[in-house]
Design a binder for this molecule. Structure first.
Ligand code: PLP
Length: 653
């Protein structure tokens, strides 16, 4: 499709300033920054080689300087080249995440600082399982935890006893699993203390109250226990350590623990229906069972706090413990942000009535949006100030949600999503590091009076605490360097999410205009006002009432918008994605609102034709969707393309 220059109607001065900084951030859609990337990679590859040579320069080269002439060497090199060429050729079928024509899933270009830091670290091959295998990068990982903690408003001064702690994972899925693991350890530990009957601590009266403490109270107990151990005489310490360990849920296993404490049931996880399927995986993996995961209906794809309150009341009546309530910051399908403040308030109310639980925020997608809300000193920016330059962002609800992040118990954030970093980088962060000791494999080491007091030293044996074992130090280096080059505040990293919000607002406005322009042809709406940078679009040909037909129509539109390994990449104009609207998730009112708006009859929802409506979904995270340099809006181009496809599809029917 030929590109036309258009008036993109932006404040040129403002955007010019912004773009100059972002200019050097990425390799760029056209590979514009190839010289910069190449220079850096070569420079640091050489640097690595000098490091090898300078280790013991007196050692002669072990590979003969004539080796490269040997036929076997040459044959190996030829084979290697052949395979690499084949790989490189095959990879040309990859999804062009870097292109502003890609508005499908949560992927985009990679930030150069992170990419180069990772490439330069790879040949050193650090393993962040422990400092023995990663003397440098394990520290960087712990520091990344502190950087992210600051971004969400947790205390991140390692001198403070209640400092937060965070680490990287392979992705959000593992981070969510770690959240479940820590919440369960923290919930069940007071029960072990009560069962062991340590006389010197002030303990809850019974197993029920021990199991249902406010997370802060549970943390205080863990802390008190650690302090008691530190001052106990060694024989006492060992004896009590063994007694408490034998009562712990991690030692006994779920079956034995709950058989012993007949007043306790396996706790539930309350999550919104929009929650990612990693929560289902996590409940299975931890052995809680999928049926302990209660998916709560939402309102406008955001947690309905009344429903949460009702669920908590019911749990209290039925003496059903709750492990955690999950709030989502940036739902995977709709980009909506749950009222985190209200979920925290529900935790306070419920805990006061004897049913405590942890609040975890799944911000795998939306976590980095918090940078927009932070001043350089870490304080929260007022809503009015953030709102300058946007048309509706951030809504008061979104601002309140982000303000409450610091009061939650743990958070998942994916640097490999809105952090624009290579895969293998998720993160788990908890508000107070003191309970992390409960996860340690060698309890003796951590609970021993000799456990390192120094925060950084304590976490150098990361493998003790994380769900994984060996893992990439290079990934940690990439995240760390990125956060140093682009600090996690609005004036630095925040420029990126700001750009995505601008794009989403432009996209939303253009979508409404599209709906207007194609009035007699299709009904089209944006079903949920976007909270952030994901925008969905529901379409139905005029005259059609049947849900299955509308879904089929959108599927055919999407066939044009997805990667197809059988066809050359270049025939694709744009990449989008789809999701579905399910009446059982939406609820009756919302289903009626959306279906009415696009002329669909909900009674045509047939089980066999799929009980859901397929809609288009767009992730607006590419920084170059509005190309200031050439005056091209890829958003406009997309809608022109979509309009042409809609007309073409309908013409063939
Ligand atoms: C992507 C995502 C996950 C899973 O993260 P992975 O990195 O894919 O494992 C979990 N929750 C939400 C809200 C997500 O968007």
């Amino acid at each position: 499709m030929p590109m036309r220059a258009i008036d993109i109607g932006h404040d040129q001065d403002l955007s010019a300033g912004r773009n100059r900084l972002l200019d050097a951030c990425f390799l760029g859609p056209y590979g514009e920054n190839d010289a910069l990337l190449e220079k850096l990679v070569v420079e640091f590859l050489r640097d690595h080689v000098y490091w090898r040579r300078n280790f013991h320069p007196e050692d002669p080269p072990a590979i003969s300087t004539a080796a490269a002439q040997h036929p076997e060497y040459l044959a190996f090199e030829a084979r290697m080249r052949r395979e690499l060429h084949q790989l490189s050729a095959a990879l040309k079928k990859s999804v062009p995440f870097h292109s502003p024509r890609y508005i499908g899933h949560m992927a985009s270009d990679l930030l150069l600082p992170g990419l180069v830091a990772q490439i330069l670290t790879l040949p050193y091959n650090p393993n962040n399982v422990s400092e023995d295998a990663a003397p440098v990068t394990v520290d960087l990982e712990v520091k990344v935890g502190l950087q992210l903690a600051g971004m969400i408003g947790y205390t991140n001064d390692p001198q403070r006893h209640d400092c937060a702690f965070g680490h990287l994972t392979s992705g959000g899925t593992l981070a969510n699993y770690q959240a479940l693991r820590l919440a369960l350890a923290q919930k069940a530990f007071p029960v072990a203390l009560v069962a062991a009957g340590l006389p010197d601590l002030e303990l809850p009266d019974d197993a029920w109250s021990a199991f249902n403490l406010h997370p802060h109270a549970a943390t205080a107990l863990v802390d008190a226990w650690q302090q008691w151990l530190a001052q106990a005489a060694p024989p006492d310490r060992r004896r009590w350590q063994a007694r408490v360990r034998d009562e712990r849920i991690e030692q006994r296993g779920l079956a034995d623990f709950f058989a012993t404490h007949a007043s306790l049931k396996v706790p539930k996880v309350l999550a919104p229906v929009t929650a990612h399927y990693s929560w289902s995986k996590g409940c299975k993996l931890l052995g809680l069972g999928r049926s302990q995961l209660e998916m709560l209906p939402e309102r406008g794809m955001r947690i309905d706090v009344d429903v949460l309150d009702e669920a908590l009341d019911r749990c209290r009546r039925e003496r059903q413990p709750v492990l955690m309530a999950v709030a989502v910051m940036g739902t995977t399908e709709y980009g909506t942000i749950d009222p985190i403040d209200a979920v925290v308030a529900a935790r306070e109310r419920s805990s006061a009535r004897g049913l405590g639980f942890a609040v975890h925020v799944d911000a795998a997608w939306g976590g980095y949006l918090a940078t927009l809300f932070r001043n350089e000193d870490g304080s929260l920016r007022p809503r009015e100030e953030i709102a300058e330059g946007f048309s509706t962002f951030p809504s008061p609800a979104v601002h309140a949600a982000i303000d409450a992040l610091g009061d939650t118990d743990s958070v998942t954030i994916d640097p490999h999503k809105l952090g624009y970093l290579p895969y293998g980088a998720g993160a788990f962060i908890c508000r107070d590091h003191r309970t992390v000791a409960l996860l340690a494999e060698e309890a003796d080491y951590v609970f021993h009076g000799e456990a390192p007091k120094d925060y950084m030293r304590r976490y150098r044996n990361l493998g003790q605490f994380i769900p994984e074992g060996s893992k990439s130090g290079a990934a940690a280096a990439g995240v760390y360097v990125t956060h140093k080059v682009l600090p996690l505040d609005h004036a630095h990293f925040g420029l990126l999410p700001a750009q995505t919000i601008h794009s989403a607002e432009a996209f939303h406005a253009r979508a409404l205009r599209f709906a207007d322009e194609l009035q007699g042809v299709v009904h089209a709406i944006v079903p949920f006002a976007p909270d952030s940078n994901l925008v969905c679009f529901a379409l139905n040909p005029v005259g059609n009432r049947c849900v299955a037909t509308a879904s089929e129509f959108v599927r055919r539109l999407h066939d044009e918008l997805r990667s197809d390994p059988a066809r050359p990449l270049q025939v694709k104009q744009f990449f989008g994605s789809v999701t579905t609207l399910r009446p059982d998730v939406l609820g009756e009112t919302e289903t009626r609102r959306i279906f009415d708006a696009i002329g669909l009859d909900a009674t045509t929802l047939a089980e066999d034709a799929g009980d859901r409506l397929v809609i288009l979904r767009h992730t607006l995270m590419n920084p170059y969707l509005i190309d200031q340099e050439n005056g091209i809006s890829y958003i406009d181009c997309y809608f022109e393309h979509l309009g042409a496809r809609v007309r073409a599809l309908l013409a063939t029917e």
